[in-house]
Design a protein around this ligand. Structure first.
Ligand code: ZN
Length: 262
């Protein structure tokens, strides 16, 4: 069984499934992807994601969701995520995590202060609910770590990890998990694979971040949760383990992440 720790189920490109999400869900099951966390980027997405989670969860597929606001959203959306609102929206059992939040200075460095304030509010909501954070960081590793350290954020995932070992080490020291996406399979990602080799095996997760960033051999195509085994097999090759062992390991790690404070 594979766990996709991060996918945007409400944003998949469903062209090859005649526009039907049921097609992508069937493909997940056929690929033994039996659990996935559907990630929210904007409060306006809540209803759509919740509906998907409700409709497609069954005895062969466990779906949960996150609640949060992505750092690249505009100022009004960032500010809509107050601690009270996050806590209220995220207290139900089908909400597994808070995010995706974080800092992104690559796409937008105009809202730096608003992004930092939003990340801080997400950390507080995560601490109140004892649910893990889902953290995005791009061109902002120093500030991301500074906020997490200042707020004592110790429960969560650095998602779609693309930074160096030093950054991974600091996140691991805080207690965070490191999730690898299809980027780890890209030809030019040797330094990322070198970092992945050093991550303790009990802190590793895998994800698709679908519909973005399809792993090799699907690179350039729309990504979907059914492709998370390709991420696992890339890591398996790197670690000289079987793909099944990586599937088992990352699934167990995801269980531990959800159980951390329960
Ligand atoms: Zn994402």
């Amino acid at each position: 069984m594979f766990t996709d720790s991060h996918c945007h189920l409400n944003r998949l490109d469903l062209t090859k499934y005649d526009g039907k999400l049921a097609g992508a869900i069937a493909a997940m099951k056929a690929a033994n992807v039996n659990r996935a966390m559907a990630i929210m980027c904007d409060i306006a997405e809540y209803d759509d994601i919740y509906q998907i989670v409700q409709q497609y969860s069954d005895n062969t597929l466990t779906l949960g969701m996150s609640v949060g606001v992505h750092p690249c959203e505009d100022l009004a959306v960032l500010e809509s995520a107050t601690v009270e609102r996050l806590v209220e929206m995220a207290s139900a059992d089908h909400v597994w995590a808070i995010g995706e939040t974080g800092l992104d200075y690559y796409w937008s460095d105009e809202n730096i202060q608003a992004q930092q304030a939003s990340l801080t509010r997400h950390v507080h909501a995560s601490q109140i609910l004892k649910k893990p954070l889902v953290i995005h960081t791009r061109e902002a590793k120093h500030d991301t770590l500074a906020v997490l350290k200042a707020e004592k954020a110790e429960h969560g995932i650095i998602h779609c990890f693309t930074e160096d070992w030093e950054t991974a080490k600091q996140a691991l020291d805080l207690g965070l998990y490191i999730s690898f996406s299809g980027i780890v399979s890209f030809k030019n990602a040797q330094s990322l694979r070198d970092a992945a080799l050093k991550v303790p095996k009990d802190r590793l997760l895998i994800e698709t971040d679908s519909p973005y960033l399809a792993p090799v051999p699907k690179r350039g195509k729309p990504n979907e949760p059914a492709y998370v085994p390709y991420v696992a097999s890339c890591l398996a090759e790197l670690f000289a383990m079987s793909t099944e062992a990586v599937a088992e390991l990352t699934t167990k790690n995801f269980n531990n992440l959800l159980e951390q404070y329960h």
